[in-house]
Design a protein around this ligand. Sequence first.
Ligand SMILES: Nc1nc2c(ncn2[C@@H]2O[C@H](COP(=O)(O)OP(=O)(O)OP(=O)(O)O)[C@@H](O)[C@H]2O)c(=O)[nH]1
Ligand SMILES: [Zn+2]
Length: 292
Amino acid sequence: MDEGLVVKGLGGFYFVKKSDGSLIRCKARGRFKKENINIFVGDKVKIIRTIDNTWVIEEIMPRTNFIIRPPVANIDQCIIVFAVKNPDLNYSQLNRFLILAEKSNVEIVICLNKIDLAEEREVKEIERKYLNIGYEVLTLSAKKKSGIENLKTVLKDKISVVSGPSGVGKSTLLNAIQPGLKLATGDLSEKIKQGRHTTRHVELLQLDFGGLVADTPGFGYFKLEDITPEELSDLFIEINRAARYCRFKGCMHLHEPDCEIKRQVEHGLIYKERYDSYIELLREIDDNRRGL
Ligand SMILES: Nc1nc2c(ncn2[C@@H]2O[C@H](COP(=O)(O)OP(=O)(O)OP(=O)(O)O)[C@@H](O)[C@H]2O)c(=O)[nH]1
Ligand SMILES: [Zn+2]
């Protein structure tokens, strides 16, 4: 029996990459379908060659994690790309991406792109904030090809999904690390060409220096509806760290007395815009739950 990684699914076949780099076209064992077990890109599988010389997937190894959009298993990290300018950095949107990635239990790296368009001081301020919160932050310019080596180091030998809003430079960045490597766009004409009922299949692209990147940008790993109000405060990593000093266990950091989070916001130890994002998302989750 051989082992490999599913890098692509197409027309009922799965393309499995073995550690020697060879790509093998496999069918899935019939029992997977019968038992309603899905095979995802990123799955580590055991494959065997049958007597009629075709390959089948025999077994799926336990998954470390799984994200829904795009559907990929066993991701090592999620690269969240935002531009510092054009479009202006939207903190509320960045925090939302971070929370949804935290929920998926994957490592997170923030890439601040288009630093050629902003003052160094502005870039440093954003970088410092998210470093202080506890995130790994890279500053780059895909256009001026700066910071690209650092991104390569981060991607090397890992399975990554790149995400971020439209127009921040995700495709340009990937193209800068490896010319020809393109993210699929959410382009409307492309969707029409493929027909309304066909869903795009995600594929893991091979980086020539080692590592794999999903060809479809991540637009949120879970939905906000999957997060409970109690869970939300844990997903803000700095709120999670400080919450044990609140007077009440289960403090929601709203109007409770002796709330450590509100104290830290007042003293500038927790950034106001992070607290505001927390409140905004909490309201949204509450509204969803009450069916508003
Ligand atoms: N000035 C500057 N422009 C950049 C940089 N990186 C990308 N751009 C430009 O920003 C625009 C959007 O870049 P894309 O790579 O298409 O952005 P994307 O995130 O892949 O966008 P979607 O496909 O809509 O998700 C393009 O016009 C790029 O040339 C950068 O570092 N500096
Ligand atoms: Zn509190």
